[in-house]
Design a protein around this ligand. Sequence first.
Ligand SMILES: [Zn+2]
Length: 425
Amino acid sequence: MTHARPVAGLGSPPSSTMTELKQANLARVLRQIIVDGQTTRASVAGRTGLSIQTVSNLVAELIDLGLICESGQVSSRGGRPITLIERRPAGAYLIGVDVGERGIAVEFFDFTLTRIDQVFGSSETTQTPAAIRQYLGEALTTLETRNPTAWPRVVGVGLGLPGVVEPASGVQLESAHPAGSSSRTELRFDEQILYAQSLGWAPVAISELMSTDLPVFAQNGAKVHTKGEQWFGALRDTEHAVVVLIGRGVGLGLISGGVLLEGSHGSAGEWGHVRIEDDGRPCRCGGHGCLETYVGADGLLTSWADAGGEFDGTGSASVECLIASSTPAATRVVDQAIARLGRALGGIVNVMNPERIVIGGWVGQLLMATRAQQIDHAIRDNALDRAAHQFTLYPSTFGGDSVAMGAATLPMEVLIQTPAMLAGR
Ligand SMILES: [Zn+2]
């Protein structure tokens, strides 16, 4: 018995290939509208290479799905008004979480990535995976209670985490027990695992950090910050870039050919623990002489104390004071840190050949506010001539919220691939 081959033509149902093509085009159009902010159908057609008729059909579908809206008109050269389109703020909601060194920020964003609510847990109450899980559960309940009408259109939660987030590997891992819990937990091979060596944690499955009915997506903090810069910041039109995040720790996001580099198991960019001194300072990762022990917040303050500086505490006020101080000791400490940063980043320039370097994080921002030119020279002096003249240095586009906002782009990317996921909600 033979089966008749389906013949494409009028009246025949769309093949799966055609459906896939349409889905891919829908994602392209939505992605372009997000990148452009406010735009027109003709502009989207021009930028995606799709026909104006195809774009018009897909825009109509996105309007039906409640994700975008028409937002006024501008007059064209011929006098005919052109309708503007943009994301509908209430079209979707995204939650971004920054599990950071100063505590946990849980931020609630509308579809334009405008923050509309947030809750914050101090680091004293969020030291272990078990405590983080409990805090995040309470935080989501708080946000849901305060935003009842928005909640049905929440796409998911993005977590920006302190450590290596290994993708679901398909390899069965040894059982392990997260700190703070006495029970042994079998790590499932089909989910992401956080390796937070600097915090002294055993490997922990993401489901151990957060339990919710919402989809959860996890990534390293520096990498989600890099995604934020790619989507909405200094890297919007760049294919080759390096993003440095300096806080207490030092992180890196590497973009090559428009792709955020993960490495074989997700640890690409763990730059803070590159050894830059033999027999150097002990690091919280267990090693010695790591870059972050000289350039991170604690490292800067250790250098200042060693140089006779007097200050209270280890927080941002002390680092601010150090960088603002004009005493010879403080100036020398900051100069040395920038020299080390330049040496380390010069090597990255030789390896990556970036078009742009972005420096952020709360310490990075303080340094860039007053010492950007010095940092720029320090990097170029430590790179090969040609590559040293092929990048531009930028401060981060975002303030202290960069990680939570960047984390919110993780569920946003899933929505782009499946724009109908919120239909009917
Ligand atoms: Zn280290």
